[in-house]
Design a protein around this ligand. Structure first.
Ligand SMILES: C[S@@+](CC[C@H](N)C(=O)[O-])C[C@H]1O[C@@H](n2cnc3c(N)ncnc32)[C@H](O)[C@@H]1O
Length: 469
């Protein structure tokens, strides 16, 4: 019988064959880790087409499982799990200090750490330790002792600003960028600070079963009694709020636009149909749909201070779009009663169950019998075979189906992001990423029924389409 070791290595080998064959058919080579990242290059675009992305997913899953298999157990826990918060802490130093931008200006040969430290006013020896930790994780290259250069992974964090501009004005730092560096700042900032309090939150008798949105890890980590939404509105936190809004753009910029367009069939909507991006932030999801379907009407809804930014975003990116902006409260009455589609992306995961049911009921009360609700979120998959009733939902087979043996049915570390995001939501908001079965239950409580679900290749988000019952 073939050993799991050999089966995993065969999976990697056959997936590499797929990638190399596909790239060769285009006369391309797969991007090297030493290249600078250019998301528009032919090779980077091709690396995201579904057949290549699927082979890459198998490689990541199999390599992760192989690593778990061959590591001595204690070292696996220590190296890959226990101390990972330090990777995040190191990355925070880099994004806050604009080191990627500085190294871009230095070119492929890179810069000696003494020079980086003097430009960023840090201690050279400490900074070398941080950069070397990241270089060992393939983020940056140490080209000769103490000399560091950008590579494919570090340069993906480039905001495109000069280092001087990056440091001079945090408020402008992320303007025009992909949002990835902003997302890293949020997750290694508020996220990392809050994560250290999860254990106490879950084990202390006063909070173990909490469904509250305060007195949660975020409050301890950041030192406030406010919710994260209120905290971002506090005078002095303007940059942190703007950074969060920008970070949400990364969820669109890091995916192919087709990811939003390929699940729910937007083309089936009649011209003039009204699409509401509920708590849409800048309205980036609606903006992707509007670019492809200019005959539709759009409404972006959010809190007052966010709506100001949404207006500016649409004016800059889609000045001719048929769009309105609406200030609203997720838990108040839904103002748009003639919607054909309500979109909820990355909203339900921000809230515990009671709040989620409230907001879904408010949408249900405003919905027409034909209104569709399109939810875009991570869907947590069991780490074993899914035997719940949710398997029968049209489209669910692609979402809950198992990975090939001997991989974990959920693709293991290739699906890691949704489980990490789940705990991030717990830490920051007492929210959660949900399984398909718990989405079905939640929606049922609020008067909705799931009619179809979509797994879109190249997207971390699933689409859950529901209709009123
Ligand atoms: C995680 S972001 C998602 C934004 C957007 N849907 C996206 O995917 O880019 C959550 C959004 O909910 C909004 N929000 C939070 N509490 C709200 C409330 N009580 N009423 C209206 N919007 C709210 C925030 O301002 C933020 O824009």
């Amino acid at each position: 019988m073939t050993s799991p070791l050999r089966q995993l290595s065969a999976l990697i080998s056959s997936s590499v064959d797929v990638i190399e064959r596909e790239f060769a058919s285009q006369g391309l080579s797969y991007p090297s880790l030493d290249d600078f990242f250019d998301p528009t290059s032919h090779a980077e675009v091709f690396a995201r087409v579904p057949v290549v992305a699927e082979a890459a997913r198998l490689i990541v899953a199999a390599a992760g499982q192989l690593s778990a298999l061959v590591h001595p157990p204690g070292l696996y826990q220590l190296r890959l799990i226990v101390l990972q918060s330090f990777d995040a802490a190191a990355l925070n130093v880099v994004v806050v200090k604009g080191i990627v931008e500085l190294l871009r200006e230095a070119g492929p040969k890179g810069l000696h750490v003494d020079h980086i430290a003097s430009k960023t006013r840090m201690d050279s020896a400490k900074l070398a330790r941080v950069l070397r930790l990241l270089a060992s994780n393939h983020i940056f290259r140490e080209t000769s002792p103490d000399v560091f250069a950008n590579n494919r992974l570090s340069s993906a964090l480039d905001t495109g600003k000069s280092h001087t501009a990056h440091q001079a004005s945090p408020m402008l730092r992320h303007e025009g960028a992909s949002g990835l560096a902003a997302l890293v700042e949020v997750q290694t900032g508020e996220g990392l600070k809050s994560s250290g309090w999860i254990s106490e939150f879950m084990t202390s008798s006063s909070t173990a079963t909490s469904h509250e949105i305060v007195n949660i890890p975020f409050n301890k980590g950041v030192g406030t009694e406010l919710t994260i939404w209120q905290w971002w509105e506090t005078p002095g936190n303007e940059y942190l709020k703007a950074r969060f809004n920008k970070a949400m753009e990364a969820y669109t910029s890091q995916e192919q636009p087709e990811a939003i367009l390929n699940g729910f069939v937007w083309g089936d909507l009649e011209p003039g149909s009204k699409v509401v991006d509920v708590a849409g932030g800048l309205g980036t999801v609606a903006s992707v749909v509007a670019t492809a379907h200019s005959g539709l009407r759009f409404v972006v809804e959010d809190r007052p201070s966010v709506i100001e930014h949404s207006r500016k975003f649409w004016k800059a990116h889609l000045p001719k779009a048929n769009v309105e902006f609406e200030v609203f409260d997720l838990f108040g009455e839904q103002p748009v009663k003639d919607a054909d589609v309500y979109i909820l992306r990355n909203i339900l995961h921000d809230w515990p169950e009671w709040h989620s049911v409230q907001m879904l009921r408010s949408l249900r009360n405003a919905a027409q019998p034909t209104t569709k609700l399109v939810i875009m979120e991570h869907v947590v998959v069991y780490a074993c075979e899914d035997t719940t009733e949710a398997r029968a939902i049209p489209g669910a087979e692609g979402m809950v189906a198992g990975a090939p043996e001997p991989l974990l049915p959920n693709f293991g570390v290739a699906a890691h992001f949704s489980y990490l995001s789940d705990l991030l939501m717990m830490a920051l908001l007492n929210g959660e990423e949900r399984t398909l079965a718990s989405f079905a239950q939640l929606l049922r409580k609020a008067g909705w029924k799931i009619c179809e679900v979509h797994s879109v290749p190249g997207s971390v988000f699933k689409q859950i389409v529901a209709q009123p019952v």
